[in-house]
Ligand binder design. Structure first.
Ligand code: ATP
Ligand code: MG
Length: 574
């Protein structure tokens, strides 16, 4: 490609409404343009990258035996009514009516459509397992579309759905997909982690997420420093550091604590160790009443874990202050488990504290030296806190570290959730109809592009891993329009690259070198060759890798060898 014929629409200024670096750089590099909130056009250079992501995904899915299909974006309401999700899905589902006033939605996901295809097409266990996938545009009317294509309303997903007669077969395909995903992310050249995950509202049992690691990631992931253990913090089991509860050593006392409403203020007021202070959070109960959740002062509540407890409203909602006051008679700053007339769940670590400080259930008063079993009932112990860096790894091996990640892929075992509601059956060896078991496997294709940038950028712009780069190499001739020698050499090199199958950009625009270089650094071309009259006279060209600190002069005679290296397996398109 010659830059003069390409639409390189780079921007110098950082767009004001782009909050995260990938969104800023995608706009500045001219990869995407916003059409409406959460809806973007992919411009030529952006699309080149997107197609590379798709190609790798498609190749690995095919290799794993999945069969590509393409399902409609517009889906009839009847299918969603059958699965029950027409009512459950809420406002993320974009609904519309056709001219006959029939209801439709724009697919946020395709379980219903694929289950319908399956029940019409597949009759016998002999056809199983079968795994269909597509790379297709989804629409989710996200409450807060943000960060460009990272969380957009319209986005491209690779979604696959597998069908099985029994759990063993589902597990095999699930494992195969896990491996395919690992191959895909390896080939992208991105640092990533797979973690066990919460299977969320889609339901089902086994579930893993794939995260591209980046400090700006929305998710926190916990992993062991010694073993393979890795889980989303939402899911990771919190293990106390102590194995036994500390003994009671002092009598309980009431102290006045006017104006001290937070654990931090309370601890600071009398130099209490915050680990000795218990906080009592009040949440809505499933029956409309209240329930108490007790944690150590330095720990953070995990809403997902708490919402799974018996009697707790799901999703978790902390009760509002007025409701608490009207039921308990005192304010939120001084609630504690001693003498509290509410169902109380106590976190494992909080249950091991002795001589603790807690609210006295009377405004502006706290207890000190309170003890479980002595001053109040033995605690109902549960795991309701987020894990922290340094916690023991739940597999008993090592300590947890926490990293931030961007969820780019998610695989789940759905079991019979959709096959039951949608009557998707197959006949087994005995001719008996069984609800098929399903697995589903997603990759956010458009999000991968943004995540790759979040992980790979510097003050000058993007640096693409070779596998995703729009161009592998850029040739920057100095004075292309003034020097015949330079022009000739540049054209020759350009032709040679094309002949070798190297994706090359020849920057033949009449620009000063600095402007040319900063454009190429911004769009992230991994390799750059500069040709100048002076260099050619000295029989040299200048090379710089996008992440190198300095340039190298290389003899022109070594050019063929240099190009060979550029297309070597490590860099070559697969
Ligand atoms: P999230 O928790 O980020 O909303 P999700 O659990 O809703 O994701 P899935 O339904 O599992 O996502 O979809 C599969 C993949 O599609 C996700 O792993 C993610 O990479 C991508 N994805 C989901 N929602 C969006 C979105 N609004 N914009 C871009 N990509 C998305
Ligand atoms: Mg979502």
């Amino acid at each position: 490609m010659k830059a003069s014929r390409f639409h390189l629409a780079t921007l110098k200024e950082t767009p004001v409404d782009a909050e995260i670096i990938s969104h800023q750089l995608m706009l500045r590099a001219g990869m995407i343009r916003r059409l409406a909130s959460g809806i973007y056009s992919w411009m030529p250079i952006g699309l080149m990258i997107l197609r590379k992501v798709e190609k790798i995904v498609r190749e690995e899915m095919n290799k794993a035996g999945a069969l590509e299909v393409l399902m409609p974006a517009v889906q009839p309401a009847e299918l969603w009514q059958e699965s029950g999700r027409w009512d459950q899905f809420g406002p993320e589902l974009l609904r519309l009516k056709d001219r006959h006033q029939r209801d439709y939605c724009i697919g946020p996901t395709h379980e219903e459509v694929i289950a319908d295809i399956f029940r019409r097409e597949v009759k016998s266990y002999k056809q199983l397992p079968i795994n269909f996938y597509q790379i297709q545009t989804k629409f989710r009317d996200e409450i807060r579309p943000r960060f460009g294509v990272m969380r957009s309303r319209e986005f491209i997903m690779k979604d696959a759905y597998s069908f099985h007669l029994n759990q063993e077969c589902l597990q095999q395909t699930y494992d195969l997909m896990y491996q395919a995903y690992s191959n895909i992310f390896d080939r992208f050249g991105l640092a990533y982690r797979s973690v066990t995950a919460d299977s969320g509202t889609i339901g089902g049992s086994g579930s893993h997420e794939f995260h591209v690691l980046a400090d700006s990631g929305e998710d926190a992931i916990a992993f062991s420093d010694l073993s393979q253990y890795a889980a989303n913090v939402e899911m990771a089991e919190a293990i106390p550091h102590e194995s036994r509860r500390a003994q009671a050593s002092k009598p309980i006392e009431t102290i006045d604590t006017p104006g001290l409403y937070t654990i931090e203020d309370l601890a600071a007021s009398a130099s209490f160790d915050v680990k000795k202070c218990l906080k009592t959070l009040i949440a809505d109960a499933a029956d409309g009443g209240l329930v108490a959740l007790v944690l150590r002062g330095d720990h953070e509540l995990n809403a997902i874990k708490a919402a799974r407890l018996e009697g707790v409203a799901s999703p978790l909602k902390l009760a509002d202050r007025e409701k608490i006051k009207s039921i308990l008679g005192n304010d939120i700053g001084s609630i504690g488990p001693v003498g509290l007339d509410l169902k109380t769940w106590v976190d494992r670590s909080a249950a091991l504290v002795g001589d603790f400080v807690c609210g006295a259930n009377s405004d502006d008063q706290h207890y000190i030296n309170a003890n479980w079993g002595r001053d109040c009932d033995e605690p109902a112990v549960v795991d309701i806190r987020n894990v922290e860096e340094g916690d023991p790894s739940p597999d008993g091996n090592g300590k947890l570290k926490i990293l931030r990640g961007i969820e780019v892929g998610h695989i789940f075992q759905l079991g019979q959730k959709y096959s039951e509601s949608m009557q998707a059956t197959v006949l087994d060896e005995n001719g008996k109809a069984n609800f098929t078991l399903m697995g589903c496997y997603g990759i956010g294709i458009t999000r991968v592009v943004a995540a790759a940038i979040e992980q790979n950028n510097d003050e000058r712009g993007i640096f693409w891993p070779d596998a995703l780069a729009p161009f592998r190499l850029v040739i920057c001739p100095i004075n292309y329009h003034k020097s015949e020698t330079v022009k000739k050499q540049a054209e020759q090199l350009y032709a040679l690259c094309i002949e070798r199958g190297i994706e090359v950009l020849l920057d033949d625009r009449p620009l000063r070198p600095g402007v040319m270089f900063s454009d190429m650094d911004l769009i992230g071309v991994p390799h750059r060759i500069v040709l100048s009259e002076r260099g050619i006279d000295a029989k040299q060209f200048e090379y710089k890798g996008r992440r190198d600190d300095s340039v190298q002069d290389i003899a022109l005679t070594e050019l063929p060898e240099f190009l060979e290296k550029l297309i070597s397996p490590a860099c070559a398109p697969n």
